[in-house]
Design a protein around this ligand. Structure first.
Ligand code: SAM
Length: 234
């Protein structure tokens, strides 16, 4: 995340993402938001800037420290940070929220189905009765079905960073991040199939799940690179 931040500036990222999430939240009359995957704070800061009451959670204290600093740096925002693991979220975060956001392809970091179910159930429990969960994920179906041998390269914000699946099967997707003028970087992810994620959400109680295709990337072919799920509690 640190590396990511150092290479892709926030203005560029905001530009490429547009107001998709903000518009969606506003349209639904959301006021309070819990950002469960704060990372270095990109989405939390955007939410604060847009006027949402925002609480920023993450499992990593280091990330939260960086997010707090970034909040100050980008517009003097004082982030309300809470260190919490998704699987035990209700233990550490209090209150109920109009919306929970889990963005930046974060849910892919859970490698057991039990953990995925537990995390989604905790998100569900922290929402008001008419609350929504917004969770995004890479389009792993395309990678799994096309096979990594085709070496489709994903570009972010133009040509700054190229991302390629280096190994992929139903249980693991190993991505290589190639940054201009710097060493490669690898990340292991769980390849969430779109309908599988939707099914898990519905299993824990979400009543209606809408899935959007891509919205943010400057390079794309016929398939979206990312999906965004919007799940309604009631
Ligand atoms: N939303 C931000 C963005 O797009 O810039 C950051 C996303 S970052 C890819 C994912 C974050 O999820 C990391 O900061 C990591 O610490 C956090 N995370 C991963 N697993 C977690 C868990 N089980 N509980 C809480 N946080 C977790």
């Amino acid at each position: 995340m640190e590396k990511w931040d150092s290479l892709i500036d926030w203005e560029k990222r905001a530009e490429s993402e547009g107001n998709f999430f903000i518009d969606l939240l506003r349209k639904r009359g959301v006021r309070s938001v819990l950002d469960v995957a704060t990372g270095t704070g990109f989405h939390s800061v955007r939410l604060l800037e847009a006027g949402f009451e925002t609480v920023s959670a993450d499992g990593s204290a280091d990330m939260l420290a960086m997010a707090f600093e970034n909040g100050m740096k980008h517009g003097d925002h004082i982030l309300r940070v809470v260190q919490a693991d998704w699987r035990w979220l209700n233990r550490d975060v209090h209150g109920e929220y109009d919306a929970i956001v889990c963005l930046g392809n974060s849910f892919t970091h859970l490698f057991s189905e039990r953990d995925r179910r537990k995390a989604l159930a905790e998100f569900y429990a922290m929402l008001k009765h008419d609350g929504i969960l917004i969770l995004d994920q890479r389009n792993y179906d395309a990678i799994l079905d096309r096979g990594y041998s085709s070496k489709h390269t994903y570009y972010y914000c133009g040509e700054d960073v190229a991302v390629e699946p280096e190994y992929v099967d139903e249980g693991l997707c190993r991505m290589r991040y190639r940054f201009a003028g710097s060493a490669d970087y690898h990340l292991n992810m769980f390849p969430l199939r779109k309908d599988y994620t939707r099914r898990l959400m519905s299993d824990v109680g979400f009543q209606r799940i809408e899935t959007y295709g891509d919205f943010q990337h400057t390079y794309r072919d016929e398939q979206p690179d990312f999906f965004v799920h919007v799940a309604e509690k009631e």
